[in-house]
Design a binder for this molecule. Structure first.
Ligand code: AHG
Ligand code: MN
Ligand code: MN
Length: 340
């Protein structure tokens, strides 16, 4: 799937709207004029609706918890639920999305049985929920699959490896709201301009640097790591001027924020398995896979420490997976310490 190449001397496309990019096939899907385009624009609309609530979270009644717990045992924040309902409602409106699998839904949600409903969407409606009430960056993560058969979608349709994604992206509600997306070719970033109500191209063809002296891991889990992770962790903190060690530690606790920084600047993010949670904490379908798809499209890597994230054959909607991602040379350093 070749990506759009600007014609000789064509002016830069910085400032183009996301909608133009999608409509004009610049995401490398010239054949997708209709349903796929509409679906991505629906996701962009949902992102605008969520960002308007996030930006006023302290003023409108969306802080705090609902008192419930979700399918993976997390306490549900009000904004988790509101973002979830916004995405389900918007995706259900145009009959292009057959079904959705959400972190906040125990089972899949059938959204349309129309013949035009050719796509499936996985999403984490609000990533980094523990950071909502303290005004630290949060995000939304999504992935789009094609439904490969006629008739209603089933749970089995969602249990496919991440390498079959048709599109993946995230929205980060940070110092600005940015929408990062790829259809497998280039990765592009769009910044929301509230004065015009559009996502405008700001980061064209993002590439992950092959190394950066930054690492991102929750050091609070150090006592539970395997010996290999412990040895790597000691090594990144060792003194070696030539290798720019000790590396800097950056950890936000929102996957989208830690991943976005790593995507743009390079380095490594790790949420490995440990003695308490052998499969780690992050969910495969709507956290690890979409982020892994983006990193690979941008020249980075994403692994469990044993295998490529995008090759995992899922067995459950909410299964967890160890996630190590980032610059190729940083991840190689991590893997060189092995499981020993
Ligand atoms: P979510 O809010 O969707 O449940 O995701 C939270 C995840 C992820 O965003 C982040 O990387 C991780 O939780 C942080 O976990 P720790 O607080 O255990 O470090
Ligand atoms: Mn999450
Ligand atoms: Mn979430």
């Amino acid at each position: 799937m070749e990506d759009y190449e600007p014609a000789e001397g064509e002016a830069s496309r910085i400032g183009l709207t996301l909608e133009t990019y999608i409509l004009e096939g610049m995401l490398g899907r010239r054949e997708a004029r209709g349903y796929f385009t509409s679906l991505l624009n629906q996701i962009a609309l949902a992102a605008k609706m969520v960002t308007s609530r996030v930006r006023r979270a302290g003023l409108v009644n969306v802080l705090g918890t609902t008192g419930d717990t979700n399918a993976t045992g997390d306490t549900v924040q009000k904004l988790d639920q509101e973002a979830n309902e916004t995405l389900l409602r918007v995706l259900g409106r145009r009959n292009h999305c057959a079904a959705a699998a959400s972190e906040e839904e125990e089972d899949i949600r059938i959204l349309s049985t129309a013949d035009t409903a050719n796509y499936l969407v996985v999403f984490d409606p609000l990533d980094g929920s523990s950071n909502i009430d303290v005004n630290i960056s949060i995000g939304t993560i999504f992935g789009v699959y094609r439904k490969e058969h006629d008739g209603p979608a089933t749970k089995a349709d969602f249990l496919k490896p991440g390498r079959e994604l048709q599109a993946a992206g995230y929205i980060i509600y940070g110092s600005s709201t940015q929408f990062v997306i790829t259809t497998g070719g280039a990765v592009h970033g769009f910044t929301y301009d509230p004065s015009v109500g559009e996502f405008l191209l700001s980061h064209e063809n993002i590439r992950v640097p092959d190394h950066h002296p930054t690492y991102s891991i929750n050091e609070g889990n150090a006592g539970r790591w395997t010996d290999g992770v412990k040895h790597w962790n000691d090594w990144v903190k060792g003194e070696d001027n030539a290798e720019k060690r000790p590396y800097s530690l950056r950890y936000v606790g929102t996957l989208v924020a830690d991943a976005h920084r790593t995507l743009l600047r390079g380095g490594i993010f790790a949420y490995p398995g440990d003695t308490k949670s052998p499969e780690g904490k992050l969910r495969l379908l709507y956290e690890a896979n979409p982020i892994a798809f983006i990193f690979e499209a941008a020249g980075g890597v994403a692994t469990t420490g044993e295998e490529r994230i995008l090759d995992i054959e899922p067995t459950e909607l909410h299964q967890r997976v160890p996630l190590i991602l980032g610059s190729t040379r940083n991840v190689d350093e991590f893997l060189s310490f092995g499981k020993k």
